[in-house]
Design a protein around this ligand. Structure first.
Ligand code: ARG
Length: 460
């Protein structure tokens, strides 16, 4: 394809250099935003008297036809074109002639690409918000069923204190809710119109940037033309939002992988979301969760690519910035794929309630409650802590646990104990007594689940 800027050059671009320079193989996906932006630009140019009504009409007809032909498959992207912007403009000119050559008045690819990227990524981020809602809905539905499913809570991956499966799940709901807010926030900061900045210093034509902003549904207009064409902080911010989502998904995946080991057996994966081994017939592997965990590295890497690409660039536009696309598109594609696969996988797991409860009885997760029982009888916490430590050591020697240690053994360590200790350390009591806002008691978690369900009603 002949270059639009060929006038200043004496030689044709070497074909390998052309391929190196070209971005159409990955920026073609912004064709719809590019056309929408061009139609808004042409509408404004006509309104302020820079182009005639006749030219305006043929530009809009031409661009609409191009969009139609791309979507119906009758127009293929030319992979030798420099980028999607050049491709559409030259296709337009070949269809409508001189009017097509007037479209780029008072515009540069620098503000055009910044516009397309903002529009495209805002819409991708809004899809991510929907996918987060779908995942949070799965969590809320599952939590509703498990507010009394007792499970060991861990610190250092050692059994620590009793919680419920619902409480554990709801921790992830909180993380994904914050992710949703961050996604929303990143959209609001990207929502500013760069068009009109032109190459770097606006234009001498009497353009109306507010009109274009209104036509394209932007809340604001970028206030500094150099900033408008040269920052990609919306990409940095969005890729960091996506990285955080992936970190949350990755931690959740790690737990799912652990929970379906024979050692834990807290859950079983549905056959539709697990795979077998080519050699070991007994295997049922949690590949989906492992892939989500693995792909988090990719998205974090994309974030690093973008930060590193931007950090040394002088104002204003530099071609380095063309490198923003593959990284940010990959971050979006990967995160979206993971969210879409993870949610139904989670919805399909079978929870082994009894096994979770049985495992929770091991490992002295009620030791803090034993100490609290003594505190309730007037013992200072540090003394109570020491007495309970001795009881745990005694249990280990006797190969029993606090529930099965005899009252006489309790009283051998401290005569303050009476048979009320057994009720005080039952896991049900331990949970019920943790009835503090944010705690794992059935009452607290049920309340949190219904708050969450109400939030989801306005989010979806
Ligand atoms: N394909 C380019 C990019 O993605 C478009 C902007 C080109 N601008 C320029 N002055 N060469 O960044």
């Amino acid at each position: 394809m002949a270059k639009m800027w060929a006038g200043r050059f004496k030689k044709e671009l070497d074909s390998e250099v052309n391929a190196f320079n070209s971005s159409i193989s990955f920026d073609y996906r912004m064709y719809s935003e590019d056309i929408k932006g061009s139609i808004a630009h042409a509408t404004m140019l006509e309104a302020v008297g820079v182009i005639t009504k006749t030219d305006y009409i043929s530009i809009v007809d031409g661009l609409s036809g191009i969009k139609y032909d791309i979507e119906s498959g009758s127009l293929q992207f030319d992979m030798t074109a420099e980028d999607i912007h050049m491709f559409i403009e030259s296709e337009l000119t070949s269809r409508i002639g001189d009017a097509g050559k007037r479209l780029h008045t008072a515009r540069s690819r620098n503000d055009q690409v910044a516009l397309d990227m903002r529009m495209y990524l805002m819409s991708m981020m809004s899809d991510i918000k929907d996918q987060l809602c779908a995942l949070i809905t799965v969590i809320a539905d599952m939590a509703t069923l498990h507010t009394d499913t007792i499970m060991a809570g861990y610190t250092h991956l050692q059994r620590a204190q009793p919680v419920t499966f619902a409480h554990h799940l709801m921790a992830y709901a909180e993380m994904f809710l914050r992710d949703y807010d961050r996604a929303d926030d990143s959209i609001s900061r990207a929502n500013s119109l760069p068009l009109g900045a032109c190459a770097l210093a606006t234009t001498t034509y009497p353009i109306d940037r507010y009109m274009v902003a209104k036509l394209l549904d932007f809340d604001k207009v970028c206030a500094n033309s150099l900033d408008a064409v040269s920052d990609r902080d919306f990409c940095l911010e969005m890729s960091s939002v996506l990285s955080i989502i992936m970190v949350h998904l990755s931690r959740f995946s790690e737990e799912i992988i652990l929970w379906c080991t024979s050692e834990f057996k807290y859950i079983d994966l549905d056959d539709a979301f697990a795979t077998g081994s080519s050699i070991m017939p007994q295997k049922k592997n949690p590949d989906i969760a492992e892939l989500v965990r693995g792909k988090s590295g990719r998205v974090i890497g994309d974030n690093m690519t973008l930060l590193t690409m931007m950090k040394g660039l002088p104002l204003a536009y530099n071609k380095d910035m063309q490198e923003d696309k593959e990284a940010i598109f990959d971050a979006f594609d990967t995160t979206s794929l993971c969210l879409k696969t993870f949610a139904p996988m989670l919805a399909s797991i079978k929870v082994n309630v009894k096994n979770m409860r049985d495992k929770a009885s091991l490992g002295f997760i009620n030791a803090t409650d034993c100490a609290d029982y003594l505190v309730g009888k007037g013992v200072a916490f540090r003394d109570a802590y020491k007495i309970t430590g001795e009881l745990v050591a005694l249990c280990i020697d006797n190969a029993c646990d606090l529930e099965t240690l005899s009252l006489s053994d309790y009283q051998r360590i401290s005569n303050i104990f009476d048979d009320g200790i057994y009720d005080a350390i039952s896991l049900e009591t331990c949970l019920c007594n943790r009835n503090v806002y944010g705690g794992p008691s059935e009452e607290q978690v049920s309340r949190q689940v219904s708050i969450l369900k109400n939030k989801l009603k306005v989010m979806i």
